[in-house]
Ligand binder design. Structure first.
Ligand code: FES
Length: 199
């Protein structure tokens, strides 16, 4: 996804809407909000959201609202995944040990911080003071980022940076990695946010 598709809540929701609209033919005419209707089970639980992720292309992000928070679903490319282990020495908590299950559920406590390597699912709220970081998926030197930037997120409020697993870099104001919400896959294309098999 290009960088200009990023900032601000309104813009983010436009992205989410367009991604949802790109899902298979049967869904094209379905309004955005209906793409995220809670499942019956979720309604019973009062909080979970079922998402069709089949329209997310490699390198793109879909934003979904869950409990009033933005949840990002990022489909990472093989190249992006290959960079993650190399970043460990630069990260504050590379193995996601801080914060327990609240920050990283056990099933996501791995190098990719995910159930399926391809998909990152995180709450898009900075662990410092709660700003929403911006996508900085394009690698390379650019303002506020190091010259060897591999792609990730930049919090514009105080400069915290996160890699494409939502792991915070060292010596930044944000103390913790981005939160991985409880989630599970109902199928290859259906993701349920708010519940997990271990719950
Ligand atoms: S709120 Fe993100 S760096 Fe301060």
């Amino acid at each position: 996804m290009s960088e200009q598709k990023i900032d601000g809540g309104k813009r983010t929701w436009l992205i989410a809407s367009s991604c949802a609209g790109a899902v298979g033919a049967g869904f094209v005419a379905v309004p955005f909000v209906k793409s995220f209707l809670p499942s019956e089970r979720a309604r019973a639980a009062g909080a979970s959201v079922e998402v069709d992720i089949s329209g997310i292309k490699p390198g793109e992000k879909l934003t979904v609202e869950w409990r009033g928070k933005p949840v990002w679903v990022v489909r990472r490319t093989p190249e992006q995944l290959a960079e993650l282990p190399k970043l460990d020495p630069q990260l504050a908590d590379p193995k996601s040990k801080r914060g327990g299950d609240e920050v990283t559920p056990e099933y996501a406590r791995n190098e990719n911080r995910s159930v399926k390597p391809e998909y990152l699912v995180v709450v898009g709220i900075c662990s410092h003071l709660g700003c929403s970081p911006s996508d900085k998926f394009v690698p390379g030197a650019q303002p506020s980022l190091p010259d060897d930037w591999k792609g990730g997120f930049l919090c514009p409020c105080h400069g915290s940076t996160f890699d494409l697993a939502g792991r915070v870099f060292k010596d930044k104001p944000a103390p913790d990695n981005l939160e991985v919400p409880p989630h599970m896959y109902l199928s290859d294309s259906r993701l349920l946010i708010g519940e997990s098999k271990q719950a």
